[in-house]
Design a protein around this ligand. Structure first.
Ligand code: ZN
Length: 132
């Protein structure tokens, strides 16, 4: 079951310059900044009430995130839907023929388990399933 939009992620080439808008101009607080090894990125989470904004900065040239940034530039990267049972959801989606980037969960920011759905199956949007 999907519980809510946990976060919306924006991919950026430089975290500090992006924070001048998201933190300094909008007044959002940075909850934490973390290097996420599985995603070859540094991420910053800024709570916005029930959901959060995630800023994603690739740390290598070869990751999916880096290729996304090189191809499309800064902008919307993914929507993360919080689910109550990630394993069950992945089995269900696979059975429905949905194209998954991660067929088994990865460890995402905050140490939570997550898996990405390919944009090809999701109206052109990269979707992260996220279990707290
Ligand atoms: Zn995310």
């Amino acid at each position: 079951m999907i519980k809510k939009i946990n976060h919306v992620a924006i991919i950026v080439p430089d975290l500090d310059s992006s924070l001048t808008f998201w933190r300094d101009a909008l007044g959002l607080k940075v909850e934490y900044v973390e290097e996420v090894k599985s995603q070859e990125s540094i991420v910053a989470f800024l709570p916005t009430g029930e959901s959060e904004i995630e800023l994603v900065k690739p740390t290598t040239e070869t990751s999916g995130a880096a290729k996304f940034l090189a191809k499309r530039g800064a902008g919307m990267h993914h929507i993360a839907l919080e689910v109550d049972n990630l394993d069950e959801m992945l089995v269900d989606l696979k059975a429905k023929g949905i194209r998954l980037i991660n067929e088994t969960p990865i460890i995402a920011a905050g140490g939570y388990r997550a898996a990405f759905i390919h944009p090809e199956s999701a109206s052109g949007v990269l979707v992260e399933l996220y279990q707290k």
